[in-house]
Write a protein that binds this ligand. Structure first.
Ligand code: C5P
Length: 275
């Protein structure tokens, strides 16, 4: 049995620079990962199988068009069929929420299948498969703090401090394509230059205004996170609706989480840290 963590992805900053001819957008983003997320388990079996467990299993429809089975099939298209395998996705991250759940699951599937098949994790063919599955999948395959350019697939590693993070999702799903389509097409400039923390602090998420217009509950999430004691930065991740807050101290993160759980018991809160 192979166990591959599929940690949540954050965009500590996300600058949208231009709309492209192919319908995608040119980005400059600071990707980071946290310590917690989904888990992918792979086991050799007599026949292929796929199952979803965990608190957010109900948000996904078994077999269907899951990114996990698409990753498996794309891997086999390049590296050969290999032995049958059962894959279990333990789903702890909310679906369609800007923290890359599906992308992280696909990337973890690719890493696991690569281990089973003896393919090196840095094999360029693996990154090419990842890029074909989605804009965030190459970053999730690498799974470390990086600056992403292009659609998000041109990656440069950068070091980041292991700060405490609180993730909050108000339970509204936001469609990525709709948020990008609602961007006002104003280029507000490149990522700042500097270390990861100053890029995050001085940067923006240009998808925040269109996402807030489509899902006004995000305003309430950012207001609560921004008002927390000891918060360094509160921002939306990706196309939303999950927002994050960075803290220096675990104590402040815990107090913020307790206050938000009391005020909004239906919201999803995850106390974690940058990986
Ligand atoms: O690449 P992925 O399938 O994850 O992207 C989902 C949608 O998000 C795309 O169909 C596109 O509308 C939008 N997108 C974009 N520019 C990017 C990444 C995603 O417009 N760089």
């Amino acid at each position: 049995m192979i166990v591959e963590p599929a940690p949540a992805k954050l965009n500590l900053a996300l600058h949208v620079r231009a709309r492209r001819e192919d319908g995608y957008h040119e980005l400059e983003t600071l990707f980071a990962f946290v310590r917690d997320g989904d888990t992918i388990r792979l086991a050799p079996a007599e026949r292929d199988g796929f199952a979803i467990t965990g608190p957010f299993a109900a948000g996904l429809d078994g077999e269907g068009d899951n990114l996990v089975t698409r990753a498996r099939d794309a891997f086999r298209g390049v590296f050969g069929a290999g032995e049958p395998v059962t894959i279990t996705l333990d789903k702890h991250l909310p679906v369609a929420s800007g923290i890359g759940g599906g992308s992280a699951d696909a990337a973890a599937t690719l890493r696991g299948l690569a281990r089973l098949a003896g393919v090196r994790p840095d094999d360029p063919a693996l990154s090419a498969i990842a890029a074909g599955l989605g804009s965030d999948v190459p970053a999730c395959l690498a799974g470390r703090t990086m600056i992403g350019r292009g659609r998000g697939e041109r990656l440069t590693p950068i070091d980041a401090p292991a700060l405490p993070v609180l993730l909050v999702n108000p339970g509204v799903g936001v469609a990525t394509a709709a948020v990008f389509a609602a961007w006002d097409r104003v280029d507000r400039g490149p990522l700042p230059v500097g270390d990861a923390l100053s890029i995050a602090l001085d940067g923006r998420n240009d998808l925040e205004p269109p996402a807030r217009a489509l899902a006004p509950t995000i305003d309430a999430v950012l207001a609560l996170l921004g008002a927390a004691g000891g918060v360094k930065l509160a921002r939306m991740s990706g196309s939303g609706a999950t927002c994050f807050a960075l803290f220096d101290r675990v104590k402040d993160r815990a107090a913020a989480a307790a206050a938000i759980r009391a005020a909004q018991p239906g919201w999803w809160c995850l106390e974690t840290a940058l990986a």
